[in-house]
Design a protein around this ligand. Structure first.
Ligand code: AMP
Length: 420
């Protein structure tokens, strides 16, 4: 019996982790520059939190959630996204109030039972931000700007920001009415999924990627044409601020996003290097969600970045950082020497140098080869001769030079410091 990772999940191997670490470090740095604080929530929540917020008729809730009953009979769900858990945590711990702006960021695995393909997994990672407490269009732009700055820092420049407004509780019903009328006339040409969407949630038809539906969607009414005065003004201000900040964008009338809680601004950052799953970041305003989940009415805006897709774009460009190379490799010949080497390794690490040693009892020659292969900068050799003299061989691998020094951790650390 051979065990393999589950469909739609993937192991991130040591050769790939340097790229991940670099992206994660950039996220922390950029989010910090904009004064966002990190929040970490559990990977599972009460199922209702997601069905309530994302919407029961969305693809995520209707067919993609990892929902299970625990041994106490509760319905739990592995988080498919992080906005609802962040709102839940904020309400539970009183982190938001209408008077203040609360800025939070997160990073971690999300779970959706999707059909796996390039750039689409069942366990994937998102890094995202949520800003609570203001309807100011400038906050929308700050959030978008933060994503752009992050991508720039990582070295991605040929990306496109698509923006749209999906309207609010007041104007969206009117738009949905128009949309329903438009699609109803063409029902027979829609795919089976869209026929169902048209009844349950007509907005979702705009999201369909099927070729046959695409041509119909192209000529469908756009949400921006049905916005109420407030939403229109807000969107105009977002666009004007984007212009002022010289952030390049494209207005995309079809951008509705796959989650029901969005109100007003929606945006996506897309890359043409990614094929069908071309979005690296998606977000927008959700001014009703905090109230919907039991809080006071507090407006909010945020985004989530798909980290696998970022890794997919920058790929193996990132070299393994030098810190992955071990400073010292200890070679001990014989059982007694091995015990001493074990102690020395511990002392070396305490001084802040990385150290590793052999546990196979291999011959000197093959151990030296191994030390070379793993890129050890220095090798310490403790054989019977050295042991009797209370010495140890200190070898600088890059210069091929070696000397005998006193066999104690303090002397070794002193020599390491000198050769740093
Ligand atoms: P969403 O939470 O659906 O708004 O998605 C935000 C971002 O997460 C997307 O732009 C993608 O980059 C990423 N993403 C969403 N679903 C997946 C998935 N199944 N696999 C990999 N990345 C995903």
């Amino acid at each position: 019996m051979k065990y393999t990772s589950q469909r739609g999940t993937k192991d991130i191997l040591p050769s790939e982790t340097p790229v991940w670490q670099r992206i994660e470090a950039s996220c922390r740095r950029i989010f910090g520059l904009y004064n966002y604080a990190e929040i970490r929530t559990p990977v599972f929540e009460q199922t209702e939190l997601f069905s309530r917020s994302i919407g029961t008729d969305t693809d995520i809730v209707s067919k993609e959630m990892y929902t299970f009953e625990d041994r106490g009979g509760r319905s739990l769900t592995l988080r498919p996204e992080e906005t609802a858990p962040v709102v839940r945590a904020c309400l539970q711990h009183n982190l938001i109030s209408p008077e203040n702006i609360t800025k939070l960021w997160y990073m971690g695995p999300m779970f959706r039972y999707e059909r796996p393909q390039a750039g689409r997994y069942r366990q994937f990672h998102q890094a995202g931000v949520e800003a609570f407490g203001s309807t100011d269009p400038m906050l929308d732009v700050e959030v978008i700007d933060m994503a752009v700055q992050l991508f720039r820092e990582i070295g991605l420049t040929d990306l496109e920001v698509d923006i749209n407004s999906v309207g609010c509780k007041k104007c969206r019903p009117e738009f949905i009415k128009k949309l329903t009328k438009y699609f109803t006339d063409k029902t027979s040409d829609l795919c089976d999924d869209c026929k169902k969407r048209l009844v349950k949630n007509p907005l979702r038809v705009l999201d369909c990627k099927i070729q046959g539906c695409q041509s119909i969607i192209k000529a469908a009414p756009a949400p921006v044409d049905s916005l109420c005065r407030e939403c229109e003004e807000h969107f105009e201000n977002v666009v004007a601020c984007m212009d002022e900040q010289k952030i390049k964008y494209k207005i995309n009338n079809r951008l509705v996003r796959g989650l029901d809680y969005y109100t007003g601004t929606t945006f996506e950052v897309v890359s043409d290097k990614l094929g069908a799953q071309n979005a690296v970041c998606g977000g927008g305003r959700y001014d009703d969600l905090v109230k919907e989940l039991g809080g006071k009415p507090v407006p909010a805006v945020g985004f989530a970045i798909g980290l696998e897709r970022l890794v997919g774009i920058i790929g193996s460009d990132v070299q393994s950082p030098k810190s992955d190379v071990v400073d010292v490799y200890l070679i001990a010949i014989g059982e007694k020497a091995k015990n001493i080497a074990f102690d020395l390794a511990s002392g070396i690490r305490k001084a802040g140098f990385s150290a590793d040693m052999d546990f196979h009892g291999k011959k000197l020659k093959s151990q030296l080869k191994l030390a070379d292969r793993i890129g050890a900068r220095f090798v310490l050799i403790l054989g019977e001769d050295e042991l009797n003299k209370g010495k140890i061989v200190f070898r600088d691998m890059s210069e091929g030079k070696q000397e005998e020094i006193k066999c104690d951790a303090a002397t070794i650390v002193e020599v390491l410091e000198k050769n740093k």
